[in-house]
Design a protein around this ligand. Structure first.
Ligand code: F6R
Length: 606
């Protein structure tokens, strides 16, 4: 989920590209780079300010490609920043996405005498395109034939020094927008850097490729030479464009769930063997084979994902797991013996308490692991091994897509550990199949956004909310309550449904609504009877239930139906519902859901 921006036209490209990159910077990046034909490639850690200060020439190039990187493979440093050059420096590539089969492609190139400058998956593309050109192909055909060999996702920009006015772009899984001007054309990962130049845009679809010169653009696929993609006029302002047309980043990021799930599982599932392949923790397989206790530590939403990790890893992996708030863990005297690992869950990879908890684990001799979204972050660097989320930057302060991704990745970790222990191949295969269906099922849940909004509006005057669930739905109840309170400032509590009689039931009256997460799972009947206890006290009830469940309608006033998946993965779907509920509830009140009061995105202080 990096930012790409390219220009070809009759003006000086350098200021246009730098200003364009600046308007993509809202996403928060770790490195930047620019290629202007005729000038040296410039790349730097940091962002556009650093990039500007590194440019020691004045270029009169009328085209160029540029990139802001959110690291996926390789540390965020100068060599790994994009664009990447080919062996002979004739082809330059900037890329948003992941090339899954880059290792085999790279090995082949190395055997043929290529040397690589970076650790990225992207660099292979520049080398391959140049090889194809040297075999006598046109620039366009060289890109086509390279992409035919590639597996993975891309929003791609390619520049060729011998045809400096042509920019080639391609899309598979990562957004690409063309901007059509008079005597000039643009390409970007979202419309925000284009809008100050033109309102005429073409949104590419997966599988599309486009060839642009200052006065022409042609869209094609890898098999068809030309396809029609009509231009649209957009009247978003720059801020709306950066949100992809959504009113808030939070809503945009909730809607990224299908893509986030695809990114979490891509290349990590071996269907035939019912296994997960997690390159990041394979290096410590010997220690993992001896693992007899896992301590998961995290804060806030990541902690609730960690609770789900506990259920998943105990369920599938058969390993005892404890989960602890990082802010508690670091000040206790945790008992760590041989065979104990400490696993941190963190979107930012910079949360101070989580980092200190990992350091405490390390001091006490534990193997340290991470489930982290931000590549190269401190937690990612300081843990012995880990699995990245690849969820892309999260801008909304309230974590949404990161939670969905964390649950998916923790289920992969559970599958990985389970299959090297007692989980059968058959059971493993069921998990793999269910994981593969999740992106599609999440799309169905997102389609409920409007009906969830209507339900949220019915309860707009409530000052208190209870969220309840059992087993896999219990951490979702906790997360639902956290989400609601942080974006709407309304009091909400999450409870294990079985705890109602032990206290919370006393609060229930006609003005105290409860949102019950009650999928048809192993504890369905139990949760239903807890709901009946609330119904008997005249408490309003909203239910998140499994499609086709008629019984729940007799108990709850409002029911939100989610599709069926295996019990262990239900939190991914019910998690999206509680996020949408909190979002609509708060957004209707006109609150700044992207920046709730008193909160920061990354908590790097105690
Ligand atoms: C809640 C939220 C926070 C974070 C917590 C941990 O919506 O965003 O509770 O989950 O601050 O942050 P990371 O995951 O960056 O360690």
């Amino acid at each position: 989920m990096c930012g790409i921006f390219a220009y070809t036209g009759d003006k000086n490209a350098q200021p246009i590209l730098l200003d364009g990159l600046q308007s993509l910077e809202y996403r928060g990046y770790d490195s930047a780079g620019i290629f202007l034909p005729g000038s040296p490639l410039v790349k730097t850690p940091g962002a556009v300010t650093e990039l500007r200060s590194r440019i020691a020439f004045s270029s009169d190039a009328k085209s160029g490609i540029s990139h802001l990187r959110w690291a996926t493979h390789g540390e965020p440093n100068e060599v790994n920043a994009h664009p990447h050059a080919s062996q002979n420096g004739e082809v330059y590539v900037a890329h948003n996405g992941i090339i899954e089969n880059y290792r085999e492609l790279k090995e082949r190139l190395i055997k043929n005498g290529h040397t690589f400058r970076s650790e990225t998956d992207t660099e292979v593309l520049a080398h391959m395109i140049e090889v194809e050109i040297h075999q006598g192909k046109t620039f366009e055909n060289a890109v086509v034939d390279t992409l035919r060999q590639v597996r993975g996702t891309y929003g791609l920009l390619v520049s060729y020094t011998k045809e400096p006015n042509t920019i080639i772009t391609a899309r598979m899984g990562s957004p690409v927008v063309l901007g059509l001007g008079a005597g000039e054309n643009f390409v970007a990962s979202d419309a925000s850097p284009i809008l100050r130049h033109t309102k005429q845009v073409v949104f590419l679809s997966d599988g599309d490729m486009a060839i642009l010169t200052p006065t022409s653009h042609r869209v094609r696929t890898l098999s068809e030479n030309e396809i029609k993609r009509p231009a649209q006029t957009i009247d978003w302002n720059v801020e709306e464009a950066s949100k992809g047309g959504y009113p808030h980043f939070m809503l945009k990021e909730i809607h990224e769930a299908p893509e986030v799930l695809e990114n979490a599982i891509r290349g990590r599932l071996i269907q035939k063997e019912g296994r997960a392949k997690l390159g990041g923790i394979e290096a410590v397989s010997a220690e993992l084979a001896d693992l007899d206790r896992l301590l998961i530590t995290a804060c806030g939403t990541a902690y609730y994902a960690g609770l789900l990790g506990e259920y998943l890893i105990e369920d599938l992996g058969g390993i005892p797991v404890e989960v602890e708030l990082a802010s508690e863990f670091r000040y206790r005297k945790p008992i760590i013996r041989k065979g104990t690992a400490v696993l941190a869950v963190s979107q930012s990879g910079e949360t101070l308490d989580t980092l200190e908890a990992i350091r405490e684990g390390k001091r006490r001799g534990a193997l340290t692991l991470g489930v982290v979204n931000t590549v190269g972050s401190t937690i990612a660097r300081e843990t012995d091994a880990g699995v990245y989320n690849h969820a892309g930057p999260e801008i909304g302060v309230a974590s949404t897509k990161a939670f969905i991704s964390q649950v998916a990745v923790l289920s992969l970790v559970a599958l990985f550990l389970g299959r090297s222990r007692s989980l059968s191949e058959d059971d493993g295969r069921k998990i793999v199949e269910a994981l593969k269906k999740l992106p599609e099922l999440s799309r169905k849940v997102l389609a409920l956004s409007d009906s969830i909004k209507q339900i949220a509006l019915k309860y707009k005057d409530a000052r208190d909310f209870l969220f309840i669930g059992r087993r896999y739905s219990y951490p979702v109840a906790l997360e639902g309550a956290l989400k609601l309170k942080e974006v709407s400032y309304v009091h909400a509590e999450g409870y294990g449904a079985g705890e109602m009689k032990h206290g919370p039931l006393a609060m229930i009256d006609t003005k105290f609504p409860t949102l019950a997460i009650v999928p048809q799972d192993s504890v369905y009947e139990k949760t239903l009877s807890n709901m009946i206890e609330i119904q008997a006290r005249k408490g309003p009830l909203i239910a998140i239930a499994t499609e086709g469940d008629e019984r729940v309608k007799e108990i709850a006033q409002d029911v939100i139906y989610i599709p069926t998946t295996i019990e262990q993965l239900t939190p991914v779907l019910s998690g999206i519902v509680v996020q949408l509920f909190a979002y609509h509830f708060a957004a209707e009140k006109g609150l700044n859901v992207d920046r709730p009061r008193n909160l920061a995105k990354s908590v790097t202080v105690e």
